[in-house]
Ligand binder design. Structure first.
Ligand code: ADE
Ligand code: ZN
Length: 333
């Protein structure tokens, strides 16, 4: 088996993907048309040309605009179903999907519409594609603490359908400390917790996510390398980082994939995982991310297998399921 065949054959878990970030231009056009919503592009080509981001905010502006065409439950179903089809192609057997309810409720779309469409796609993916999944509800950190509390309140009615809460959107200027009380209430209510930290923001935001939000995983976290004491803590606590290589390249978190630190982090014993973040915007789904780092960093077979195993270990599936997938990866030659 050559390296590309190994990457395709590995059973994979995805732990960092925003469902709104899987919105392919073709589907965006189709949904805009059937919902009779004007979008500022004449063609799929024109949409793709607009995807020349240089930082997180320039991406987020376009990402939120794209989500405006999602109105009905069926729209959210179609969005998630298209992503599950990509999972099937890439042999992603388990996925933990972020969704941003505030992007939709602020436009007058009911929380129920969003979650019902997404959950129905998750159930169908389990039944028809044999892909398991969890939903993670993210708070938009550029909005207020009050707005996050309101969103948490709405989520309580769907507690059994949401495994965790997370924190995303514009990082710099919106530290984890802003959401300390909301996260405490979410943990009390029984949600697991994750947070984006150390993507564009400093290593200090990773400390805050650990100490104030008490997260189970850090999303991104690549800037942790700037703080040696933090690195020792991540290693000692086996704290997972959900790293997104193509995203980091597209948003200029790294200048060149050959300079990405995922291999260095892995070799030092940090529990790093590979993820696609917003694959429609950043040039690729799960396997594209593996291909990009395998080539640029000359990853070994053992390193690729370790990355895949880390994702199952860091996931929110049961210990028995983790064991089964890890044994399957070990059995691959
Ligand atoms: N929302 C969608 N993708 C994101 C990212 N990479 N960072 C922060 N918020 C996001
Ligand atoms: Zn993200």
């Amino acid at each position: 088996m050559n390296q590309a065949e190994l990457i395709r054959a590995l059973p994979k878990a995805e732990l960092h993907v925003h469902i709104e970030g899987t919105f392919e231009p073709e589907l965006m056009f189709a949904i805009a048309q059937r919902n009779r919503i004007e979008i500022p592009y004449k063609s799929v080509e024109e949409v793709k040309q607009a995807y020349n981001f240089h930082n997180l905010q320039s991406f987020l502006d376009i990402y939120y605009a794209g989500a405006n065409v999602l109105i009905y439950e069926q729209d959210f179903y179609d969005l998630a179903w298209a992503y599950f089809e990509k999972c099937a192609e890439d042999h992603v057997v388990h996925t933990e999907i972020f969704f941003d309810p505030q992007t939709h409720t602020d436009r007058g779309i009911a929380f129920e519409t969003v979650i019902t469409g997404l959950k129905r796609a998750c159930d169908d993916a389990h039944e028809k594609l044999n892909i398991s999944s969890h939903l993670i509800m993210c708070f938009l950190r550029h909005l207020s603490e009050d707005a996050a509390f309101e969103t948490l309140q709405q989520a309580l009615a769907y507690k059994d359908q949401i495994i965790a809460v997370g924190l995303d959107s514009s990082e710099v200027g919106h530290p984890p400390s802003k959401f300390e009380r909301v996260f405490a209430k979410a943990r009390e209510a029984g949600f697991l917790v994750v947070a984006h930290a150390g993507e564009e923001g400093p290593a200090d935001y990773v400390w805050q996510a650990l100490d104030l939000l008490k997260v189970n995983r850090i999303d991104h976290g690549v800037r942790s390398e700037e703080d040696e004491t933090l690195m020792q803590r991540l290693i000692a606590e086996k704290m997972p980082l959900t790293v997104c290589p193509l995203s980091n390249l597209k948003l200029c978190v790294v200048d060149d994939m050959a300079q990405h630190n995922i291999q260095r982090l892995l070799q030092q014993g940090v529990k790093v995982t590979v993820n696609s973040d917003d694959p429609s915007y950043f040039g690729g789904y799960m396997n594209d991310n593996y291909f990009a780092i395998a080539e640029a960093l000359n990853l070994t077979t053992e390193e690729l297998k370790q990355l895949a195993k880390n994702a199952f270990e860091a996931s929110f599936i049961t210990d028995a399921e983790k064991k089964m997938w890890i044994e399957r990866i070990d059995a691959l030659i």
